[in-house]
Design a protein. Structure first.
Length: 253
């Protein structure tokens, strides 16, 4: 094992209260931080700690730079929003290790979990992920859109609740509406759709609409979307937001 260490850290969805004690300790131990610039901005500055920001689509370059720095003997932290293993940097780091020099395989690597967006959104409105569910990134940067369409259809047919990451961007503003059209062909129009924008941050917004009324303009890249299954229910409460939950037993009426 080489002398350096690389932490891959999940910062959670927003405020520092979502940061785990393990993640906080790892951030404090690091001599250098790597990450997408907006995520690095969420980490308080510390004397003697260097920062190496990079663009959102430079994951493998970022991973390689952090690994090389750690292999030189430093204690390095790679930060991700949410959980590093959910559509984030843990997979990119391991992909870089697989393709990289032998010394990277000998590094002390610690992947530090965090609260991912779908869990924060689900907790805000109840328990929509209370039974079987799946998570799908709607970005076609790393997979064909046809694959996404197939997965949407099959997940809906299988009765999964679904969490959508990366729902829209300036380059693909139409795809979320296409996804909703696919789901409306497979699911009842009454299925709840939860739009959780910037959960855990000051500009947080939550909205629940039936699938029949869900539209792409209701989301942006800061939004995580949860689409219920046909069994997902709303529990109305006088003077309070409705609770959204999916029963723990399949087939319950």
């Amino acid at each position: 094992m080489t002398k350096g260490k690389l932490f891959v850290i999940g910062l959670g969805p927003g405020e520092s209260r979502f940061l785990t004690p393990e993640a906080s300790a790892a951030l404090g131990a690091a001599e250098a931080l790597y990450g997408y610039e907006p995520y690095l901005a969420r980490v308080p500055m510390r004397a003697g700690q260097t920062r190496h920001p990079s663009d959102n689509r430079e994951e493998l370059v970022r991973a390689g730079a952090a690994l090389a720095h750690a292999a030189a003997g430093a204690t390095v932290a790679m930060v991700s929003g949410g959980d590093p293993g959910v559509f984030a940097m843990a997979a990119a780091v391991i992909e870089a290790i697989e393709a990289g020099p032998a010394e990277w395989r000998a590094l002390d690597l610690a992947i530090v979990p965090g609260i991912t967006a779908m869990l924060a959104v689900a907790a805000k409105c109840g328990a929509p992920l209370g039974h079987d569910f799946c998570a799908i990134s709607l970005s076609d940067n790393l997979k064909p859109w046809e694959v996404i369409e197939k997965r949407l259809r099959l997940a809906a047919q299988a009765g999964f609740a679904m969490a959508f990451y990366n729902p829209v961007s300036k380059a693909r503003p139409h795809q979320l509406d296409t996804a909703f059209e696919i789901l409306r062909a497979e699911l009842p129009a009454s299925v709840p759709v939860i739009f959780g924008r910037a959960v855990g941050r000051p500009d947080e917004r939550m909205r629940v609409v039936p699938l029949g009324h869900a539209r792409g303009h209701m989301a942006d890249m800061a939004t995580c979307i949860i689409v219920g299954s046909p069994e997902t229910r709303l529990v109305e409460r006088p003077g309070l937001p409705a609770l959204v939950y999916t029963p723990r037993r399949a087939g319950e009426e």
